[in-house]
Design a protein around this ligand. Structure first.
Ligand code: GSH
Length: 372
């Protein structure tokens, strides 16, 4: 688009806003006035172009790297290795975004953030997105200025304790009366357990630590009776850290909260949001077709949805500011949803079957809108 047209578009857009403001000061009238602009072709195009100009997408493409906020110590989700590389389910979704935007899954700079640091890092622009065991909540969505992408892992908060302290799989929050409970600061976990204990009439002492490593060091040393966080994290830590002389049990079977985890980014950048969201959706849709890294090359010329998503006729990736082959690169270099899930989470015992993270056709919640 020429500079002149862009400028003209800007004036047109400002005109629409000004008209909306001047016609009536009530919210209702503003909405009514603005609505026709969405239904006529030219102003709708204008709006898209203006958004794209200010989007993080341009910044990331110019920079040639995605700055992705992760935990770095979340077992199976994002773990910083001795050589500095980061592995895990969340880390792979950072790579998927880099493959989509830059054609290179390795064009990621991982930024390790504690739970309490993470949202500031998005607000200051230190990271372009979070893939950090982050729960979608109303306050984060509104008050904190975040936006959330599709849930990549449906989690829920549980508790972990020593069997020798009298806890078992049927224990409940009411059984915590008198217990010292350790968790991470700046999390939903911290708030949920305080609220749940109060509701259950259990008097607890809550210790909130900045990192999970401190939580588990304290728990193992007997400084707390209970640790609590997302169930997936408890499973991972139990596999990795349960000492030979202790037996840990996770309860209750039905989590005490819903913790939908997924990509998180700054609000009001729908071009960037679309890119991240459709990167996730592409991994889910390809999974539904049984197309992954090993057979994607056999399907690039497929008709319909598969062909479109892989860059063939009718593709929509270029409309989003990406290369036509953006999602081909995601599947080829990183894999589909099952590949990402199974390679990272099966080793700690987390399986899709029978869980909320199964596909919708298998009774789960993993679902994507159609690519057309
Ligand atoms: N999903 C919850 C909890 C997130 C959280 O901080 N989880 C812990 C346990 S997985 C964590 O990431 N620990 C890793 C670390 O300390 O870096 C939230 O969004 O508040």
């Amino acid at each position: 688009m020429s500079k002149l047209f862009k400028l003209l578009s800007l004036f047109l857009a400002v005109g629409v806003v000004a008209a909306a403001c001047s016609s009536d000061s009530s919210d209702d009238a503003g909405t009514t006035t603005a609505a026709p602009a969405e239904t006529t072709e030219a102003p709708a195009t204008t709006a898209v172009e203006l958004d794209a100009d200010g989007s993080l997408l341009d910044t990331v493409i110019a920079r040639g790297k995605v700055h992705c906020g992760v935990s770095g110590s979340a077992v199976a989700f994002s773990e910083t290795q001795a050589d500095g590389s980061v592995t895990g389910f969340d880390a792979d979704y950072c790579r998927a975004v880099a493959a989509a935007v830059l054609g290179d899954a390795n064009a990621v700079e991982f930024v390790a953030l504690t739970a309490s640091e993470r949202f500031t890092a998005v607000q200051t622009g230190d990271v372009d997105l979070l893939m950090r065991n982050t729960t979608w909540t109303q306050s984060r969505d509104s008050d904190l200025g975040m936006d959330f992408g599709p849930t990549t892992y449906y989690d829920g908060q549980q508790l972990m304790a020593r069997v020798s302290d009298g806890f078992d799989a049927s224990s409940t929050v009411a059984d915590l009366d008198g217990a010292i409970v350790c968790t991470n600061a700046g999390t939903t976990t911290e708030k949920n357990i305080a609220e749940a204990a109060e509701l259950a009439g259990a008097d607890i002492e809550l210790l909130a630590f900045e990192t999970s490593d401190e939580v588990y060091e304290t728990f193992i040393a007997g400084g707390c009776d209970i640790t609590t966080t997302d169930g997936s994290a408890l499973v991972g830590r139990k596999v990795k850290q349960q000492p030979a002389d202790q037996e840990w049990v996770i309860f209750p079977a039905t989590p005490i909260s819903k913790e939908p985890l997924g990509p998180t980014y700054g609000q009001n950048d729908s071009v960037w949001a679309d890119v991240i969201n459709w990167t996730v959706y592409a991994t889910i849709i390809m999974d539904e077709y049984g197309i992954g890294s090993s057979n994607v090359d056999d399907h690039v010329n497929d008709p319909g949805e598969v062909g479109r998503l892989l860059g063939g006729e009718g593709e929509l990736q270029t409309v989003m500011g990406l290369s036509a082959d953006a999602f081909y690169q995601v599947i080829k270099q990183v894999g589909n949803y099952s590949e990402i899930y199974n390679s990272n989470l099966n080793p700690v015992g987390l399986v899709r079957e029978g869980s909320a993270n199964a596909g919708w056709l298998d009774g789960g919640l993993i679902y994507a809108p159609p690519a057309r």
